[in-house]
Ligand binder design. Structure first.
Ligand SMILES: Cc1ncc(COP(=O)(O)O)c(C=O)c1O
Length: 398
C-alpha cells in the first residue's frame, strides 16, 4: 500500500459522527443540519433540461480537454467576471473542465509537486481538507497558515520565513474562504504573485465561492484579475478553480473549471489524460448555459442575503456572529469548547453544526479553529430561521 495513505486525517464528517454517537436528541424536533456545505437551493431548470437534452452524448467518449464550446463559455465568463483584457484567456490552451473543484484541487498537487523530499505545500488554516490530503499524497509537507480574527481571517503571508517560501512549491488560497468567508483583496493577491515569482512556486486559488457575496457592487476579486493588473497577462504561476456547485446550485453536476498559466495547464492536461477524468458529455452541455447566465446567480445571492439577514438578527447578542464578505457560512466563536458546544446543541436541539477544530490543525499550540463552529446557511430560509431560534435557545440555556 502507499504508506502516505496512513497520513490522511479522518474527514471532518467522520469526526462529527463519532462526536454525536450515543446521543439521543429530542424526538419531537426534526433534525436540522447546518454542518454540510452542500447548496440546497433548486438547480435551475434550464441546466437540468440541457443535461437531459444531451443524454445521447452517452454514446461517445468525452475528451479530457472538453468541448470547444464549453471552454469558450468558461473563458468568456472569466474574462467578463474578472475584467481580463479581451482575448487574454485562450480557450484552447488556458482552460480545462474539472469534475468539480474538489477533484481538480486534489489532482493539481499530484501534477505540479516535484517529489524532492523537501517540498512544502502551503494552505490556509482552517481549510478545506482536500488541500492537506492532496499535499500528503503528492509527497509534500503541508504548511498551515493561520487565519485569525486579528488579521481579518486571512493568512499573514509576511510572517512566512524566507526559508519556507524557498521550499514552497504550491500555495493554496481560498477566497472567499471556507469556513471564514474572508475575501482577499487585490493587493494581497498581487503580493502573492510577486512572492511566487521570487520563490518559484505555483498559486492555486480556490475561488469556488466567488459568486456568493454580500455586496452586489463589490464582487470578490480573483487571482487572474490581480495578475492582469500586474501586467502578467500570461497568468504566469497563477491557476484558478471555479465551480458550478455553489454558483448554480448544481453540486451533482460535478462541474468546474481550472484556468491560468498555459504551461501549467498543459502539464495538468497531460496528467488528466492518464487520470481519466473527462467530464461526461451531457454534463459539459449542461455547463455551457450555466456559465453563460448571470440571472440565476444573482437570484441565488439574494436568497443567501435574506438568510443572513434573518439569522443574524435572531443570533444578535447571543453569539458573536459577523456577516461574512462572501460564501454561505457563519463562523462564530462558541461559549466554551467547540466540540462540547456542538455536542450539547445536538443533544438539546437536534441540530448539527461543525466544530471549528475539525477544520483546522494546531500549530505551535494555537488552533485557529478551536472555540468556533461553522454554520452553513444552505437550507431554505424557514429552516435556517428555525435553526437560529434553536441555537439561540440552547446558547441562552448555558
Ligand atoms: C473551499 C472549497 N473548495 C472546493 C469545494 C468543492 O466543490 P466542488 O467540488 O463541488 O466544486 C468545496 C465544497 O464544499 C469547498 O468548500
Amino acid at each position: 500500500m502507499n504508506s502516505d495513505l496512513a497520513k490522511l486525517q479522518p474527514y471532518p464528517f467522520e469526526k462529527l459522527s463519532a462526536l454525536k454517537a450515543g446521543l439521543t436528541p429530542p424526538a419531537g424536533l426534526s433534525h436540522i443540519a447546518l454542518s454540510i456545505g452542500e447548496p440546497r437551493h433548486p438547480t435551475p431548470q434550464f441546466i437540468a433540461e440541457a443535461a437531459l437534452e444531451h443524454l445521447h452524448g452517452l454514446a461517445s467518449y468525452p475528451s479530457t480537454r472538453g468541448s470547444a464550446e464549453l471552454r469558450e463559455a468558461m473563458a468568456a465568463w472569466l474574462t467578463a467576471r474578472f475584467q481580463l483584457p479581451a482575448g487574454s484567456i485562450d480557450p484552447a490552451r488556458q482552460v480545462l473542465p474539472v469534475n468539480g473543484t474538489r477533484e481538480g484541487l486534489f489532482a493539481f498537487a499530484q501534477a505540479v509537486v516535484e517529489r524532492s523530499g523537501q517540498a512544502l505545500v502551503m494552505m490556509p488554516n482552517p481549510f478545506y481538507q482536500i488541500y492537506e490530503g492532496a499535499a500528503l499524497l503528492a509527497g509534500a509537507e503541508p504548511r498551515y497558515l493561520p487565519c485569525i480574527p486579528d488579521r481579518g481571517y486571512l493568512p499573514d503571508f509576511e510572517a512566512v520565513p524566507a526559508a519556507d517560501w524557498a521550499r514552497c512549491q504550491l500555495l493554496y488560497v481560498c477566497s472567499p474562504g471556507n469556513p471564514t468567508g474572508a475575501v482577499m483583496g487585490l493587493d494581497t493577491l498581487t503580493r502573492l504573485i510577486d512572492l511566487a515569482e521570487r520563490y518559484d512556486f505555483v498559486i492555486a486559488a480556490d475561488e469556488c465561492y466567488s459568486e456568493i457575496y454580500l455586496d452586489e457592487s463589490r464582487p470578490p476579486p480573483g487571482l487572474l484579475q490581480a495578475a492582469a493588473r500586474l501586467g502578467n497577462t500570461d497568468f504566469r504561476r497563477c491557476i484558478v478553480f471555479h465551480s458550478l456547485s455553489k454558483r448554480s446550485n448544481a453540486p451533482g453536476l460535478r462541474s468546474g473549471l481550472v484556468a491560468g498559466d498555459a504551461a501549467i495547464i498543459e502539464a495538468f492536461f497531460r496528467y488528466r489524460t492518464y487520470q481519466g477524468c473527462a467530464m461526461p458529455p451531457h454534463h459539459q452541455a449542461a455547463s455551457i448555459p450555466a456559465w453563460r447566465d448571470e440571472t440565476h446567480v444573482r437570484a441565488n445571492r439574494d436568497l443567501y442575503r435574506s438568510k443572513f439577514d434573518a439569522v443574524l438578527e435572531i443570533l444578535d447578542g447571543v453569539l458573536p456572529v459577523e456577516r461574512p464578505a462572501g460564501g454561505f457560512y457563519l463562523w462564530p466563536a462558541t461559549p466554551g469548547v467547540d466540540t462540547d458546544y456542538a455536542r450539547g446543541l445536538f443533544a438539546a436541539q437536534n441540530l448539527t453544526l461543525l466544530p471549528g477544530s475539525y477544520l483546522s490543525r494546531p500549530v505551535r499550540g494555537a488552533d485557529p479553529g478551536a472555540g468556533r463552529v461553522r454554520m452553513a446557511l444552505v437550507a431554505p430560509l424557514e429552516e435556517c430561521v428555525e435553526a437560529a431560534w434553536r441555537i439561540r435557545a440552547f446558547t441562552e440555556s448555558l
